[in-house]
Structure formats: structure tokens, C-alpha cells
Design a protein around this ligand. Structure first.
Ligand SMILES: Nc1ncnc2c1ncn2[C@@H]1O[C@H](COP(=O)(O)OP(=O)(O)OP(=O)(O)O)[C@@H](O)[C@H]1O
Length: 653
């Protein structure tokens, strides 16, 4: 990356950066008192307050002071200051140009008032990172000091997740999302000490790093690597985006009615023909929004259906017990006159942009770049076995609940994802033919027959209504598919052979066991690929939350009756940090757009790294050296201020 101009700018004396508030030291209760009940440095110059009884009153008064008229705002015009811990050095601190060429920052122990690399005679560079109002929250020395008795002045290491791996090992679990890490680790160590069985992680999680969890894609070009490594893949993003768009689609000026609890109906049928073939009534499918819970559902309407028996509609309740990923879940059923007739409505889960197997594999479609209808290519044997195992799984759940699918047809099985199918019209015939009592076993045997017909339609590329000669179709399919496939379909189409009275789904599943393992393997691979995508999004959602915090603070036009709120005090540092992350320019003033830099900076900010950065104002009149840790502290503090005055809680952050 081109060296940003900000980093090479000479540090200037005119520092108008945030100042520490020395009064807070004596007003702030020492963290050691909070954690251990005493501070061993009380008599050795520890700058914090040790009288616990004063804690509340002094904090209250200090907050009053903050809110009162004496509030000190810090801005670029503020005079330079002498950091409290540097006070023993009697010289007025001045910026040295040597600070620019100073060696890279080395985290210091708490006791080091001045960096060892700066000679005593040199005035120290202004470094807000070295100003501590209390024990740094990332400093795990408090934990180690408590257990091994090492001095908290004496070289206890601060945890820097971006540092080299030879960091001190800690024994307490570490919650990166806790805002007060010191208190968290201490409280957790007490808790886990009581729970002897718990084996704490040996060191804080490296949560700020993107975990490269496989499977890995090998075909990514170098110029695509960065976005591929950090973000969801383009094809998946596009697919999901389309589905989300379809889910929220509305039809302005639609003539479709509002039903009792459903509104914003959108028709999903692509054909307008009335087809009463399967259910005995023309059926229509709509997407609709529930006014009860705001969710989107799929409504199937049977036009002209008259309910003669109250029990018929209750039979749908039985289907709520079916919890199988190859059966579309059913939620409700009711009749309505809202369409101007008497209609039956079945409420199901909505699967955006799904297509029926008939639409996907059988109905000719217009090819790209031509006006003519083109037949669909034959379905491959591997895909067909995948469908067979999924339908078998659905039937296992249905028959296992003493129900029968009754409606197994290429036009009533939907494809909701790659090779992922679901039965979508179960339960409907149970309602429409409620009065025609037939034994369940007979209906389940019929399911096998419908299953076989469906496979034959798919294998021969024939729509059900055109399937007139089954023997000819069997003959045709056996020319393109394996004997095993032919035998499987034949088994489904022929009645149970004596002495067996019935065919069972378990028997069928045993027969196709090898193909089930293949399907499981494919599903497992797909699951891994999706999980790998999820890992990337895990980190991105963390950064998004951080950016939202920064966004609420940076450039805020007014807060607390102060138009300059976002520009002054600690917030000024955040403004400079925003420029450092997002608005870098090269030596020619051209924007430096480097996602790696932005992600790295945000991760370090989130981790509260000890690493120092030099922030320079746009006019180059102000430069400050500050650690990510300090910036993080300011983000949390400013965001906390905003939350106090916000109408909604920011708990979701
Ligand atoms: N649960 C569902 N979620 C989302 N879309 C669905 C759902 N069920 C069906 N669909 C879609 O609705 C459309 C219409 O379905 P339908 O069952 O009416 O098919 P069809 O081909 O019109 O059959 P028919 O000719 O019997 O009416 C199809 O594109 C189908 O993918």
C-alpha cells in the first residue's frame, strides 16, 4: 500500500488533542480496590482513590460536574498539557521531531512513565496512550499478579492480540465483547475457580482474526481473493438478494382482497389457466403477509370449495406434527368469501423463488437469445437419486405419523435450493375428500404408486397428463438410466407381492441405502460450504456494529445542546481516526481505497490493540500518537454518552 501522507507528516507542536482530566484520578476508585478489595500500591504513589466509601459520592459529583456548566470541552484550540504521569519530569513537554523517527512502539509496563527509547533529557512526545485513568482493561497483569504475586509495576505484560505469540499465558476466559475486560476476567476467574471442572482456554481467543474455515475454493483469481476471503460469495449473495427481493415484492394496485389475517397478496402462479386436475378444484398460490406476526406465508386457495363438515378442516391440524425438511410446513386452514366465492385457504411456509419440478425439468422454456420454446435437458441419474432419497425421507415422516401424502406430483413438489425439494400440497386432499373414507394403509400404498409415476415423468421428460402408456415410458427410461433405477421405479409402480400384504417405506429405504449415503455426503459438503460462508459473516457483523458506533458519533450535527459535540474533546480523536481508516490519500492526494487497511484497522480497534498510530488532521496542523486501545475507549465513552440520551437502548450493539 502506498504510504499514506498522514503517517509521514511531521508531528507538530500545535496539538489540540484530547487532554486527560487529572481530577478523575483522585475521584476514580482504584480498580484494584474493586477487584481485590485492596491496592498494594496505595502507599507507593498509586494515583487513584482508595476510599471506597467516597466512591459513589465523588463519582456522582464528578458526573454532575461533567453535566454542569464547568464542563471542559477539548478542541484544537486547547492549550497543550502535561500528562499527569509525566509530571515528575519538570520540563514543559514539547514535541520533538525525533518522535517521528522514534522506533516502533513497544508496550510498556505500567510503571514506565517515559519510554525507554526516549532519553531523559528529551521532552516526551505527547502520547495519550500512556495516560491512564485506571488500570487498562486489556491489561491482564491484574490476574497474574493475583495468582503469582508479580509486581504490577514490574513488567507484567499487557495482552495485545496483534502482538507476537510469545505473550504471557492467562488462565481466565476472556470475553472480547465485554466492555470492561478487567472486571470481566476477574469475575470470571472467581466463578470458574469455584467450578473446578472447567478447563479455561489457555489464552484469550484470537477473535479478531478471520478463521479460514474450509472448504476452500481453489478457483479464485488473485484479484478476487480479498473480497472472497472477507465476504459472502457473489453467486450466493446474488441468489439470496433475489430471494429477499421476491419476499418483499408487492403488487401496487393489486385487485386481490385482504383476508382476515393476511394482506398484501401477490399471485405466484405463472400460468393463468384454471386447472382442477389434482384437487378437483382450481387452485391458486399467493404470497401474503400475516397481520398477526408480520411474517410472509404462502397461501394456497382452492376456488369454489364449500366446507360441508367442520371436521374436514380440522384434519389439517394433524399435519402440523410433520417436521421434515422435505415437506413444506403447514400452519393453518380456513375458508373465506373474500374472493367473491367460497374458497379454502391453506397457509404454508413461503419459500421465495421456488419452482415446481415440472417447471424446472419438464415445461419447455424460451431459450436465451431465441424466441422458440426449447425442451429441458434430461435429468441426470445423480440428481434423480437425490430426489428419490428426499421424497423417501418425506414419506418416512408422513407414514410414520399415520398420514399419507396423497398428492405426489411433479407440479406439487417444489425446488427451494440447489437440488433441494419439498412436498408442497400435502393435507389438501385430506380436506377436500374428507367424506370419502378410505383406509390409511390403502392411501399409503397409493403414495408409492404416485411416487413411481412422478419419477417416470421426470426420467422420460413427460408431463403427467401426457403419461398415457406406462410400459412404453418404462421402456424409454431404461434406455437412459441404470438397471437399479429401473428396478426402483418398477418396485414403486407394482403392488405388493404376496406373501407381503403391504409395501413399506422402511423396505424402500433399505433398498436405496447406498444412494442415501451419497445424498448425505452431498448435503454434508453443501453444509460445510455454507458454514464457511457464515464464518466470514461472523467477523463482518462484528465490524458492522463497530462502524455503526463510529457512524453515530462522527459528524453528529448536534448533541446535548452542543453543535460541536462530535468535533471536540475525545470525539476529535475519533474524527481523525475515521479519516485515518477511510479517507487516506497517497502522495498525490489520490484516494487510497484499501479494504485490507480498513478491515485491519477496525479489527485492531475492536480488539483494543496497544499498537500506536499517528492521527493527523486534514490541515496537517494537528498530529497525535494514540493507541487503538485509547481510541476504543473513546468510542465506548462517546457511544455511552449517546445512549444515555437516546430514545432506544443500544443493547443490540
Ligand atoms: N410454499 C411455497 N412457497 C413459495 N412458492 C410456492 C410454494 N408452493 C408453491 N409455490 C409456487 O407457486 C407456483 C404455483 O404453484 P402450483 O402448485 O399452482 O403450480 P402449477 O404449476 O400452477 O400447478 P397447477 O397447474 O396444478 O395449478 C409455483 O411456481 C410454485 O413454485
Amino acid at each position: 500500500m502506498t504510504a499514506p501522507r498522514y503517517q509521514t507528516a511531521e508531528l507538530r507542536r500545535q496539538v489540540g488533542s484530547p487532554r486527560p482530566r487529572p481530577r478523575e484520578n483522585k475521584d476514580t476508585l482504584c480498580r484494584n480496590i474493586l477487584i481485590y478489595g485492596h491496592c498494594r500500591y496505595e502507599d507507593q504513589g498509586c494515583a487513584f482513590m482508595h476510599d471506597q466509601t467516597k466512591g459513589n459520592s465523588s463519582q456522582a459529583s464528578s458526573s454532575q460536574q461533567d453535566n454542569g456548566g464547568t464542563k471542559k470541552t477539548l478542541n484544537v484550540e486547547s492549550p497543550s498539557f502535561t500528562p499527569s504521569i509525566l509530571q515528575p519530569v519538570q520540563k514543559k513537554p514539547t514535541f520533538s521531531s525525533q518522535a517521528v523517527t522514534a522506533p516502533s512502539f513497544t508496550p510498556r509496563g505500567l510503571g514506565a512513565a517515559t519510554p525507554s527509547t526516549i532519553p531523559d533529557t528529551e521532552a516526551p512526545a505527547f502520547n495519550p496512550a500512556s495516560i491512564r485513568e485506571f488500570t487498562p482493561s486489556f491489561d491482564l497483569s491484574s490476574t497474574t499478579a493475583a495468582t503469582n504475586g508479580t509486581s504490577h509495576d514490574g513488567g507484567a505484560l499487557s495482552y495485545d492480540p496483534f502482538g507476537l505469540p510469545n505473550q504471557s499465558m492467562v488462565t481466565t476466559p476472556y470475553n472480547p465483547y465485554a466492555e470492561d475486560h478487567g472486571a470481566m476476567s476477574s469475575a470470571a476467574s472467581t466463578y470458574f475457580a469455584a467450578q473446578n471442572a472447567y478447563a479455561a482456554p489457555s489464552q484469550p481467543l484470537q477473535y479478531h482474526l478471520y478463521a479460514p474455515v474450509g472448504p476452500y475454493r481453489e478457483d479464485v483469481m488473485p484479484y478476487n481473493r480479498l473480497s472472497h476471503d472477507f465476504f459472502i460469495s457473489e453467486t450466493m449473495r446474488e441468489d439470496m438478494q433475489k430471494q429477499s427481493e421476491a419476499t418483499w415484492q408487492v403488487m401496487p394496485g393489486s385487485q386481490l382482497p385482504h383476508l382476515d389475517n393476511y394482506h398484501s397478496l401477490v399471485a405466484l402462479d405463472t400460468t393463468h389457466r384454471k386447472n382442477a386436475g389434482i384437487f378437483g378444484y382450481p387452485s391458486w398460490v399467493y404470497k401474503a403477509t400475516s397481520s398477526k406476526d408480520g411474517k410472509i406465508y404462502c397461501l394456497r386457495r382452492l376456488e369454489g370449495f364449500r366446507l360441508t363438515n367442520e371436521h374436514a378442516i380440522r384434519s389439517v391440524k394433524e399435519w402440523r406434527r410433520i417436521n421434515n425438511c422435505h415437506v413444506v410446513s403447514i400452519h393453518d386452514a380456513f375458508t373465506t368469501r373474500a374472493f367473491g366465492d367460497s374458497s379454502l385457504i391453506i397457509v404454508q411456509d413461503y419459500h421465495p423463488l421456488s419452482k415446481t419440478l415440472a417447471e424446472t425439468h419438464l415445461v419447455p422454456s424460451v431459450a436465451h437469445g431465441s424466441n422458440r420454446l426449447q425442451p429441458k435437458p434430461p435429468i441426470t441419474e445423480a440428481v434423480l437419486w437425490g430426489y428419490i432419497t428426499q421424497i423417501a425421507s418425506a414419506l418416512k415422516a408422513i407414514h410414520g405419523n399415520n398420514l399419507s401424502a396423497r398428492c405426489l406430483d411433479v407440479s406439487k413438489i417444489i425446488l427451494t435450493d440447489k437440488n433441494r425439494i419439498r412436498l408442497t400440497a400435502c393435507s389438501i386432499i385430506d380436506v377436500t375428500q374428507y367424506d370419502v373414507k378410505r383406509p390409511m394403509q390403502e392411501l399409503q400404498q397409493e403414495d408409492f404408486l404416485h411416487f413411481g409415476r412422478t419419477l417416470l415423468c421426470l426420467a422420460t421428460n413427460t408431463l403427467p397428463m401426457q403419461m398415457t402408456n406406462m410400459n412404453a415410458a418404462m421402456e424409454q427410461m431404461s434406455r437412459s438410466y441404470s438397471t437399479e433405477m429401473k428396478d426402483t421405479i418398477a418396485w414403486l409402480l407394482t403392488p405388493a407381492q404376496p406373501p407381503a400384504q403391504q409395501k413399506t417405506i422402511d423396505e424402500f429405504i433399505q433398498g436405496i441405502a447406498t444412494h442415501i449415503t451419497t445424498t448425505m455426503d452431498q448435503q454434508g459438503h453443501y453444509h460445510d460450504a455454507i458454514r464457511s460462508e457464515l464464518f466470514r459473516e461472523l467477523e463482518n457483523s462484528r465490524l458492522l456494529r463497530l462502524m455503526m458506533k463510529l457512524g453515530t458519533i462522527n459528524e453528529r450535527p448536534e448533541y446535548d445542546n452542543d453543535r460541536a459535540w462530535s468535533e471536540i474533546g475525545e470525539r476529535y480523536m475519533l474524527k481523525l481516526f475515521r479519516d485515518y481508516v477511510f479517507h487516506q490519500v497517497d502522495n498525490n492526494g489520490n484516494p487510497v481505497i484499501d479494504p485490507g487497511h480498513m478491515i485491519r484497522c477496525l479489527n485492531k480497534l475492536d480488539a483494543g490493540s496497544e499498537e500506536n498510530i499517528c492521527l493527523t488532521s486534514r490541515d496537517e496542523q494537528t498530529s497525535i500518537i494514540v493507541s487503538y486501545k485509547e481510541v476504543k475507549k473513546q468510542v465506548l465513552s462517546a457511544f455511552g454518552d449517546l445512549l444515555k440520551g437516546s430514545s432506544k437502548t443500544g443493547r443490540s450493539f
